[in-house]
Design a protein around this ligand. Sequence first.
Ligand SMILES: [Zn+2]
Length: 59
Amino acid sequence: MTTPPRRSKPCEQCGRPFEDRKRWSGRDQWDDVRYCSRRCRGEAAAARRRTRSDGGASA
Ligand SMILES: [Zn+2]
């Protein structure tokens, strides 16, 4: 059997490309991973909250 090449994609938060990890490969979590680290994930979540609360004009 041939070993599949390592996949990589840019982090949606910092823009840096990162490769898949052992914990992600094997499972189908790679498509679900968008950020290179938990920190970027947290920052992205925080940014979303700001944008979200900022868009509510009528409440
Ligand atoms: Zn990142």
